[in-house]
Design a protein around this ligand. Structure first.
Ligand code: ZN
Ligand code: ZN
Length: 426
């Protein structure tokens, strides 16, 4: 078996690993990376023949850093089955269509057409969690719940007498939205492990939840408006579940793509810890349908849960345009803020761009770690439990990957942290 790292190697973004067996070329994920210069795709597909030669793709979950290059490879001639869960397909549809729309509006050269998205979705073949399947009678595969976002999975492949496990993005601790990711795997020869948080741990989820609830109460008590920016997938659902259980005496609004994603998650509830509770929370929040609803909600006041999570676009900017000066208001960030995003600039300099204008923000700003990834201690626990022969760390920045490679090496594992384009024979 031979592994080629087309992306996601010592970086977070464009996850794409090729698994070559004696008869097949398979891809584990096929994502894109968004940088300040634009969109970056996996490397090594300059020759379209490479895309045409792919026999099957296995998708761990719907995030664009794992799916965003599918239409691009389709445009280059890839024509094969794409295995994923039903939940992943539903969310991939939403995210690919949104990425295409945003790309067109911002005049980006995407390298594919809308028809490619349609074809990709048609090629998606449903894989059920905990049910093994075979591809061309030679490759055995099985998907397991990853606890990361709705529909997310880890993927196990078996070929040539070797068993390979790819974690995708993983959360092995329970959250309000998801059960803990599955960890009772059979004997694994090769583990390809994400390492987003390979050099740091998360605070306790319960404490983070309490801190956020306290911040919402404090803001309301001083007559301010809490604005809670969320990622549409996962975070929006978790936050409305957290808030809707409590009584704040004001409406809770949900605005942006999180609405569509919640509907898709409820239609594919297998990976949810408690679909009934999400359904109740979704029924309780007021959904903002457009400009008029937004204006009415702003007049009435309340708690605003809205995309985008890093303030890079979406309705959150409409709210901030009106609410950013008042020191009674609070922006309660619920996740990691990427480099060169509005959210990062807000944390570091107290400024954001709204409609292209740099704006000094007067509201209180707080950040909360609701990460959907395992922290360093969780990753180490997972590696020890699986105890594979070989372990390869991906999906992490330089420091995070290096830290995990050194730790695993010291523990006696054969550990790798491949660079972009590297090939490893396993
Ligand atoms: Zn992810
Ligand atoms: Zn990812």
């Amino acid at each position: 078996m031979r592994l080629t790292f087309h992306g996601g190697a010592r970086e977070v973004g464009r996850s794409c690993i090729e698994v070559e067996t004696s008869g097949h070329r398979l891809l584990l994920d096929c994502g894109l990376k968004i940088t300040t210069e634009g969109t970056e795709y996996p490397i090594g597909f300059e020759d379209n023949k490479k895309a045409k030669d792919i026999d099957a793709v296995f998708i761990s979950h719907a995030h664009l850093d794992h799916t965003g290059a599918l239409p691009w490879l389709d445009h280059k001639g890839m024509d094969c089955q794409i295995y994923c869960t039903k939940g992943t397909k539903a969310l991939t549809r939403i995210l690919l269509e949104d990425a295409f729309k945003v790309g067109k509006i911002s005049h980006q050269h995407l390298g594919y057409e809308q028809a490619d998205i349609k074809k990709v979705l048609n090629c998606m073949k449903r894989a059920k969690v905990l049910e093994s399947g075979t591809f061309n009678s030679e490759i055995k595969f099985e998907f397991f719940d990853a606890g990361h976002i709705p529909g997310s999975t880890t993927v196990m492949l078996e070929s040539e007498g070797k068993r390979l496990l790819y974690t995708g993005d993983l959360k092995t601790k329970e959250t309000l939205l998801h059960r803990a990711g599955y960890t009772d795997f059979p004997k694994i020869d090769i583990l390809i492990c994400e390492s987003t948080y390979g050099d740091r741990d998360h605070p306790s989820r319960e404490k983070t939840q309490e801190r956020l609830i306290d911040a919402v109460h404090e803001t309301l008590e001083r007559g301010g408006v809490p604005i809670i920016p969320v990622f549409a997938v996962g975070r929006a659902q978790e936050l409305i579940m957290l808030l809707a259980k409590r009584s704040f005496g004001v409406p809770i609004y949900l605005d942006g793509m999180g609405i569509k994603v919640t509907e898709a998650a409820l239609a594919n509830p297998d990976s949810l810890r408690d679909a009934k509770q999400l359904e109740k929370a979704f029924a309780r929040v007021s959904k903002i349908g457009g400009y008029k609803d937004r204006a009415a909600a702003l007049r009435k006041g309340g708690i605003f849960v809205t995309t985008s999570g890093m303030l890079t676009g979406g309705p959150v900017l409409n709210y901030l345009k009106v609410l950013n000066k008042d020191s009674k208001n609070a922006i309660l960030l619920t996740g990691y803020q990427g480099e060169d995003t509005n959210g990062r600039m807000l944390l570091e300099k107290g400024e954001i761009y709204i409609d292209g204008l740099k704006t000094k923000v007067g509201c209180e700003v707080k950040q909360f770690d609701f990460s959907a990834h395992d922290g360093m201690a969780d990753l180490k626990e997972l590696v020890r439990k699986i105890s594979p022969k070989k372990i390869i760390f991906v999906h992490g920045d330089e420091g995070a990957v290096q830290n995990m490679v050194e730790w695993a090496g010291a523990m006696g594992y054969e550990a790798y942290g491949p660079e972009l384009g590297d090939i490893i024979e396993v």
